[in-house]
Design a protein around this ligand. Sequence first.
Ligand code: ADP
Ligand code: MG
Length: 635
Amino acid sequence: MSETKASKKYEFKAEVKKLLDILVHSLYTSREIFLRELISNASDALDKLRFESTRGSEYADKDLPLEIKIDFDEKKKTLTITDTGIGMSRDEVISNIGTIAKSGTEEFVKLIGEAKGDASNIIGKFGVGFYSVFMVAKDVVIRTKSFRVEEPAVEWKSDGLGDYEITEIEEKINRGTSVEIHLKDDAEEFVQKWKLEGAIKKHSNFITFPIYLGKDKVNTISAVWREPKSSVKKEQYDEFYKFLSYDNESPMDVIHKSVDAPIQFNALLFIPKKSSEFFWYDRENYGLDLYVRRVLIQHKNKDLLPEYMSFIKGVVDSEDLPLNISRETLQENVVFSKIASSVTSNVLSFLQEKANNDAAAYIEFWKEHGRVFKLGYTDFMNHEKYSELIRFNTSACKDEKELASLAEYVSRMKEGQKEIYYIVGANRDALAIDPHLEIFRNKGIEVLYLYDPVDELVIQSLRKYKDYELKSVDSADMKKLNEYKNLEEKKSDFDPMSKDDEKQFSSLLLKMKKILGERVEDVIESKRLVDSPSCLVSKDDSMSAQMKKIMKMTNQNVGVDKKIFEVNQNHKLVRNLVKVFKKNPEDEFIAAVTEQLFDSALLQEGSLEDPHKLILRLTQTLEKSSEWYTSLNNL
Ligand code: ADP
Ligand code: MG
C-alpha cells in the first residue's frame, strides 16, 4: 500500500450508513449478487470507455484489451475484480462511491426495511450497487486510474463501518479499476472457483465484455438480439430477460424483431409476467437499452417506447445510427425517431395479434399491465390501434371480472345503434342501482362501465370508435332510445293519470322548478325512469359529473353546468305528491321532498358538496315516519 502521500479519512453520508447497516446485518440470502453488482459496474465502466473512444477522446493505455478479470487467493481469502474501463479520479471516487445518487436505492432501503429478514426477492430485483460488496467483505480496497491521462491513480479503503480512506498512488498502474475484497470468515466460499463460476453464469452471462476467471473465459458474450429468431431457444430468451430485468420469473411474452428496410434495427423486447411492484415508486427506472452496432450507447433510453409501454424491458440495436451519436441529440435524430415509432408499432401489432389469437391470454396481460397501458390515450398517432386494445367491464358481462373490447361491444349493438354508451361509477354494485341505467336495461342496450378515473379520460380523448360516438348515458338522446322495443313489456303498477291529474302533475313540475330555481336547467317528466322517482341528466354533450370532479381537482375552471331534473310520473312517491299538490300547492312537504330528491340525485352522481341539509331532512322524515309507524302498530 502506498503511504507516500498522506491518506485522508472521510465519513460516509447518513443514507450510505443506513444502506450498509442493512446489507451487513440483515441480509444473509442471495449474497452472491454482490458479484453481479461489481461485474455490472466493471461492464458499465468499459462501456463508458468505449463510448469515449468512439467519440475520439484521448485516453490512457490505448492498447489494453477491454475485459474483466476475476482473481482469487484461497489462502489469503481475497477476491479481486479488475476492469480496464474508464476508471475514476479522486473526486469521482468521492462523489460516486461516497454517496447514493440513485433514487431507486433509497426506495430499496425503504422496501427492504419493511420486508424484515426475507429480502431475497427484493434484493434479486434491485440493482443495489457497489455497497452490496460489504455483505461478504470485511475490508475492501479499490485501486483506480482514470482514462484521463493526467489524472493520478487513487486508492480507496474501507471496512464498510463508518468511514473510508483515500490515498494517492504514486507508482504507475493501468487504466481501469480493481476491487480487492477481503472476505469475511463466513463468506469464504467465494474463493471457490465453482462457486464463482456458477454465480457469474447465473447473473452475468450476457455481459458484452469477456470475463476471465483466473485464465478461463466464463461468459458467452453473444448478442442474442442479433441472432436469427429461429436459432434462439426459449431458455436463452428467458436467461437474457432475467439478466436484463433482475426478474426471477420468465417473461410473459418475447417480441423479437429484425427489420432491414427502410432502416435496419434489431429489437428484443420482453413483457414481464408481473407488473413491477416498484413501478409506481420508481418511475424513472424504465427504458430500453440502445446499442449501435453492438456498442451500448444508452441504458434505459426513454424515447424508444412511449411511457405507457414502460413496463416493457429490452434492447434495440441499429446499424444505421452513427457510433459517435450523443445521447443529448438522439431525440432530434430522424433515423432514431423512425426506429422509435417502428418499435412502438411493432409492440402494438404484437398485442393485437395476441388479442386475436388468445383472448384469455390477452386479458391476463391487460389485468397485469392495463393500468399503465391505458395511459396510451395520449398517443394520438396510434389512436386507432390503441382503441382496439383497451378493455372495459360492461353491462353485458356476467361479472366484474369479465372484460370486453369496443369491437365486441359493436358486434352486440342494436340494429341502427350509432352510439357506444358508457357510465362512470365506483363499482358494479353501485351502477346496478343507478337510475340512468334503467332504460338501458329495459331496452337491452349494452353500457360500458368505467370504474377508473382514467377510463373517462380515455373515452374523452378517443371521442369515437370507428363511426360510433362514445356517449355518456346521462346525455343519451331519449327519443332515439325509446325507438327500441322494451325487452319485456312490464305492466305498470299504476293506471294512466287522469286528464286532470296530468294537468296537476305539469303544474307540480313547474312548482318544483321554482323551488330548485337556478340550480337546474329544467324540471321535466322522465321517459327513462322505471324504478326511481327522479334523476339528473345532462344537456347533450356536456361533461359528466366525474369528469368535472377531475377537472376541479386539477384546478381547472369548469363553470356551472346546469342539469335537467327528471321526474318519474309512475312512482308511488310522485303520485302521492300530486295528491298533496292538489289539496294545497303551497304545502311545505312538497318543497321538502323536492329538495331531498334533488340532493339524492346529486349524491348519487358524486357531486353533493355539503350533505348536512340532506341528513337533517332525512332525520326529520324518519322522525315523522316513526310516528306513523307507532300509531299504525298501536304502540
Ligand atoms: P450504479 O452502478 O447503479 O451507478 P453503484 O453503487 O454500483 O451504482 O456504483 C456507483 C458509481 O460508482 C457508478 O455509477 C460509477 O460511477 C462508480 N463505479 C463503480 N464501480 C466502478 C468501476 N469499476 N469503474 C468505474 N466507476 C465505477
Ligand atoms: Mg452498479
